[in-house]
Write a new protein. Structure first.
Lengths: 452, 171, 452
């Protein structure tokens, strides 16, 4: 029967590879795993290759990816006074994640150890900081400076980019989520009454159950869900500083609006309403969005249809007599036949054209939003120079916060709208409206008309 | 095996009860008998499935599918351990016959969870060697083959009156 | 069946029927066709039934559909000074098309005979007006008043709503397009170098060919294309008045932008740049969009995938051993299993939920656009009252024209964004931006700041 059959295959799967080395929870070095799984390891190392598509991969040299903030100048205006205005580049392959972090000029401003959560194989270090308890460890990490914790990491010999052990159980090889911030965020989401994200039907099940033990994707999640969760633990919006432990804003849901209301109801430095930074030119307390891939994808039709990150970014490939997952995690556009055509039986150029049409529309609207944002900032600055008080300008600041959050949610998201085309466009439409409204208020105030 | 019985009980308690009570009402009874027997000696003859005009579309599409030379209906849609086979035939036989007789089924016909499991089981039965890495031994809820290979048995699900020119292009 | 090809089914269908009566080009009365094809006729008559979905079908009583302009008050502001501000209701079934037209209060303003093009079985009348040539007839029709031509129509005995003969050849029963405006529009589009619409690959073929005879969908179009063309001859943006023959703005393409540039480069009353009406409150010369279903659907993934109007709105249904097309043309949401599940094997409620999610997003953005438009109109009026000259306000008028055109293209389209979700959202995003920019200019002018 089906179940028996699978169990047979489980033992089969384990016994199938020749186990040349024992793997344990402290084996962060992919090279050692590579001895048992040479094919996955070889692909994994490919992530060091330079790749580039119209919007994906990265421009610039191999030495250093292109500066986003130089290409899209409105970004520099938006992040004025924030580390991202110093240095903000194209992302690149997994192999670079630690180096690129160590080299970013954003570190010229003090950064926290939490940064390492998604840029290194940090679990053993977390466990040490937490005396065996990883979550406790994460709640210590933010108190360290980036430099100190990064040194600790290297000293312990775990100075690796995301490694096998971050997604796999070294004994059974099953997929698993290790990052405490992700686990806590889903725990809170599950126990709230927020709408269940499309990609996590297992939360619906859990809510129906006795709820004796808190929701845990590693226990309650289906295998197909895990094929996305492993990515979601890093490709997600977050806040990380030495003010509080690394936080994902998911307790009210994964939409742009529900994350915003989470941040708005969060306190920082005990008293103040949460904000990422005070905008240098206007003084508005604004939010910064970072790579909300997991969140935006969840609003799209693919997540709804049970299509996982790995389905497109790690498609199966034939290797001799068997199939393996392509561990060269990269843009699916570099691999359309495997990444898309098993489900979409259209010619490759037709599929590429569909993506381009979606991304082009999104890009147009994003540029339009950028222009509106800059106009708003100019107008507010003009009003300030004309002597309008911050108190009067408060409504304009609120609108800047709203507009910038929405614009950034799509700009920082890395699929140029593909993961959820209509939702991305809706969010940009709102961003444009708020930016123009903010501009109007500033103009009216400056002109001495009462802002209606 | 037992799990499969359970899945069927789960999906059609009524059918289960009736199937066990061998004194099945005659009309459906003979139909079921014909259905189940029909296959025990010609178990790999798709034509038998196509006996039912209602199965014609699947028959036609199967003949154009990548598997027409590789697998027959029963090889994908019936379990391959003896008891399971008969039990499933009994259930499907009863169910489909009833549905056909009463014409009360949902259209388009869609596979039911119980039969999806059998199907998945059969994909793996033939392709186990190729896919035994998949899921990294994760467990029972390994990815469903049809998520990506919906076309294996019947080609593209473009739907009746669907995009003709694309069906050509996509070959 | 998945592959069972339609031509088989057509012959099947045709060879099925016993020809009880001869049908000719003057047999507009569906009842007579019904003698040969009772099943299609029975379904066809069902279009007289009241149907209603969240956004589809119509509210209001059977006697009279609900007033759109009362429900969405911003529409009334947008159409101030135009017939649509007098009476603009929900659409309903085909059976009503002639009655509803005859009864609309929009006729209190003089209307042209061209109106009948899409509301009646007009072809015999066109041929009479054109001495056998239907296109010549259409080019006469606009000179008649609606009342005169409608009387002629009834006198000739062709006072029927869209009838069998409008979509079918009475001899072979094959699909055909009869309306000259549609044929001319595609002819012009084909011979231009505008991008080919997704739904018309046959134009690509024709352009490759010798081009000896002009493009004609009835000759060059594939069968699957015809399953949409028959609808596109009416469910399309148009201009019709006694100033020029009925016109579809397709010569530069089917996108919102290319139709706009077509109108902008069209002359009316010889000299002036084309406009539908002068806005009563602002005086801006604006455009009116009508039901661009064919155009918007063409921007969506379904058209790209070769999915025809008829696939969703006239799905095949099994009648015993044979399949027939459901001639009860209506919202697919009333018929999800046949309309959608033949391609999407998801539970009905999941499919309904997907549509609702798409329409809800679109509706939100549309309402937001309506609000922005009203704010702009208010601001322009305020500026006028403050004595700002129309000359100074010209840029604001231009923006009103742009904003209103885009907003209307999505508001007048009848799928609440479903036919092309991302494109609809993009267009609304632009509409919002232009409306706010217009408002800004008016505010700045009023405040005596130079509009930048
Ligand atoms: Ca953030
Ligand atoms: Ca128009």
């Amino acid at each position: 029967a089906f179940f028996l059959n699978i169990n047979d295959r489980k033992t089969e799967a384990r016994s199938q590879y020749v186990k040349l080395v024992e793997l344990t929870e402290t084996d962060t070095d992919p090279a050692k795993w590579g001895i048992n799984f040479p094919r996955q390891y070889d692909a994994y190392r490919q992530t060091a290759q330079k790749t580039s598509t119209r919007f994906g991969g990265h421009g610039g040299s191999e030495a250093l990816p292109a500066e986003k903030i130089e290409r899209d100048t409105w970004l520099k205006r938006a992040f004025a006074g924030y580390a991202f205005s110093i240095d903000y580049r194209d992302r690149r392959g997994h192999a670079y994640m630690l180096i690129d972090q160590e080299n970013t000029k954003r570190l010229t401003k003090p950064q926290t150890g939490s940064c390492l959560n998604c840029h290194s194989s940090i679990m053993p270090l977390y466990r040490e900081l937490g005396h065996g308890n990883a979550e406790a460890g994460m709640n210590e990490a933010y108190k360290y400076s980036y430099q100190d914790l990064n040194k600790k990491l290297h000293d312990m010999g775990h100075g690796h980019a995301v490694a096998c052990i971050d997604c796999h159980d070294p004994k059974t090889l099953s997929l698993r989520v290790t990052r405490p911030a992700f686990l806590k965020a889903l725990r809170d989401l599950a126990s709230s009454d927020a709408p269940v994200p499309a990609s996590l039907p297992s939360i619906v099940q859990w809510r129906k159950g006795p709820r004796t033990s808190p929701y845990d994707p590693n226990v309650d999640g289906s295998h197909q869900e895990m094929r996305s969760n492993v990515c979601g633990q890093c490709h997600a919006e977050y806040y990380c500083s030495n003010a509080m432990p690394l936080t994902f804003p998911w307790a009210k849901g994964l939409t742009v609006d529900s994350m915003e209301s989470f941040w708005n109801s969060t306190k920082i430095h005990d008293t103040a309403r949460f904000f990422d930074f005070k905008h240098k030119e206007t003084g508005a307390e604004v939010l910064k969005a970072q790579h909300p891939e997991f969140e935006l994808w969840n609003q799209g039709i693919h997540a709804r249809s049970g299509v996982a990150c790995a389905d497109c970014h790690m498609p199966y490939m034939r290797e001799g007599a068997s199939k393996i997952s392509d561990h060269w995690v990269r843009s699916p556009l570099l691999n359309i036949n495997r990444a898309c055509q098993s489900c979409h039986r259209f010619p490759e150029q037709e599929i590429a054209a569909r993506v381009d049409a979606i991304q082009e529309r999104n890009h147009q609207l994003l540029e339009r939003g950028g222009a509106a944002l800059v106009d708003m900032i100019d107008a507010i600055v003009a009003a300030k120079n004309a002597g309008i008080s911050d108190d009067k300008l408060k409504p304009a600041f609120e609108l800047q916060r709203k507009a910038q959050w929405r614009l950034d949610c799509i700009a920082a998201e890395n699929s140029m709208g593909f993961h959820a085309p209509q939702e991305a466009a809706r969010v940009l439409g709102e961003a444009i409206d708020y930016a123009r409204q903010g501009q109007l208020i500033a103009v009216e105030l400056k002109a001495g008309l009462s802002a209606k | 095996m037992f799990n499969k019985i359970l899945t069927f009980i789960f999906h059609d308690k009524l059918a289960y009860a009736i199937a066990l009570a061998i004194g099945i009402p005659l009309g459906i009874g003979t139909f079921t008998f014909f259905y189940a027997e029909g296959f025990s000696y010609s178990s790999s003859k798709p034509e038998v499935c196509a006996n039912c005009h209602i199965m014609q579309p699947q028959y036609d599409s199967w003949r154009k599918s990548s598997h027409h030379a590789a697998a027959t209906c029963v090889e994908c849609h019936l379990p391959h351990d003896i008891i399971g086979k008969y039990f499933a035939k009994g259930m499907n036989g009863y169910h489909h016959s009833k549905a056909f007789t009463l014409q009360d089924f949902h259209e388009p016909i869609m596979i039911k969870p119980g039969n999806s499991k059998i199907l998945q089981d059969n994909c793996v039965r033939c392709h186990g060697a190729m896919v035994h890495d998949l899921g990294a031994g994760f467990g029972p809820d390994i990815v469903q083959c049809v998520l990506c290979h919906k076309t294996a048995g019947h080609g593209d699900v473009f739907g009746i009156g669907g995009p003709q020119h694309l069906q050509k292009e996509s070959r």
